[in-house]
Design a protein around this ligand. Structure first.
Ligand SMILES: [Zn+2]
Ligand SMILES: [Zn+2]
Length: 357
């Protein structure tokens, strides 16, 4: 390990166009002023990577090396980053804010009007090395593995949705729609807050993971009697909070959320919706004074708070980390998640020679 830039070439996986991902051999990235080079040790595949690959996510600038959820080791320092220790085990906040707009100035950097995103608008971590701003580096506590560190982005996004946007409190009844990675993280946060949590998904193995992660009820909306069963869970009153964690091109979940939330309850939209015209039942929203709120990204410092939750054992993400695949097989990993094959929930991409010590 030497300060400055590293010579050589590396493997990288590039999204060139919708439905076209290619494995490339390219020069190592350079650490510009204020940047460091991270040797990627684990990069989690994400639902938005699948959406970007399928041309359903507008937040990418192509061509781009995908990969926005990752952890690794600092191996080279650009000018002005001498405070970062070489060899630091870290995960990386992928959102880069302008620091100047109204929202950056009022502690809501997730709403920055000139947001850049490593792995979406800038080259990410489906690669052996990635260059990142030094201020995006968050140290991993000793007990936290690279795999767990790589999913802090998912956990921190759920943490913001459940706590800051949903305002979930001890004793509240919370329903989460979707037991994919983001729904399972929302479950973990809501349980850590002391809420009663019911979660729904049409995939049986995901419901089993939810039960392992502490769900009080895990129900399948495709089964007969689903609405009645949910109604019984709240004695007919409805849930205090409903968190939508499905998104995509479907139209069922928001109307359902408005049916199961209680009067003047809150629906939090966290799923990333694709397509146009997702229906919102306006008359129910009016009549029952339902509050619908969006949740996007997270606030500064929330990676560290989430790392503390996993390091202290308050949250255990192990049941959702189901697979590891080598970097060269990124497309297979994406397919596995897209088609929900083989029990896949979160698939971790592993550059060659990067398994945990
Ligand atoms: Zn993600
Ligand atoms: Zn800004």
């Amino acid at each position: 390990m030497t300060p400055g830039n590293l010579p050589g070439r590396m493997a990288a996986v590039v999204l060139e166009a919708p439905n076209r991902i290619v494995n490339e051999d390219r020069l190592l990235p350079e650490a510009g002023p204020g940047e460091v080079i991270v040797k990627v040790r684990a990069c989690a595949l994400c639902g938005t990577d699948i959406h970007a690959w399928r041309g359903l996510f507008a937040g990418v600038r192509l061509p781009v090396v995908l990969g926005h959820e990752f952890a690794g080791e600092v191996v080279a320092l650009g000018e002005g980053t001498e405070g970062v220790p070489l060899g630091l085990r870290c995960c990386v906040e992928n959102l880069i804010t302008c620091g100047e707009c109204e929202f950056c100035g009022t502690s809501r950097p997730n709403l920055c009007t000139s947001l850049e995103s490593i792995g979406n608008t800038l080259d990410g971590a489906y690669a052996e090395y990635v260059s990142v701003p030094a201020e995006c580096v968050v140290p991993l506590p000793g007990k936290v593995s690279y795999d767990v560190g790589s999913v802090m982005q998912t956990l921190a996004t759920a943490y913001h949705a459940v706590r800051d946007v949903g305002g979930v409190r001890r004793g509240e009844r919370v329903a989460i729609q979707g037991a994919g990675p983001i729904g399972l993280c929302a479950l973990a946060v809501a349980k850590a807050e002391g809420a009663y949590v019911a979660i729904s998904d049409t995939v049986g193995y995901r419901l089993q993971a939810a039960e392992k992660m502490g769900a009080d009820a895990a129900v399948n909306p495709a089964e007969a009697g689903f609405p009645e069963r949910l109604g019984q869970l709240t004695g007919g009153a409805g849930f205090d909070k409903v968190i939508e964690a499905v998104g995509g091109a479907q139209e069922a979940t928001l109307p359902e959320a408005c049916r199961i939330v209680k009067r003047n309850g809150t629906v939090v939209v966290m799923g990333v919706f694709a397509g146009e015209g997702t229906p919102i039942p306006a008359e129910e929203v009016r009549r029952l004074e339902i509050v619908i709120k969006g949740a996007r990204g997270r606030y500064a410092g929330q990676f560290a708070e989430c790392l503390e939750l996993v390091a202290s054992g308050k949250i255990d993400l192990a049941p959702m980390l189901t697979h590891r695949v080598p970097l060269s097989r990124a497309v297979e990993g994406l397919e596995m998640m897209e088609e929900k094959q083989d029990g896949a929930i979160k698939v971790i991409l592993e550059p060659a020679g990067s398994s945990e010590d």
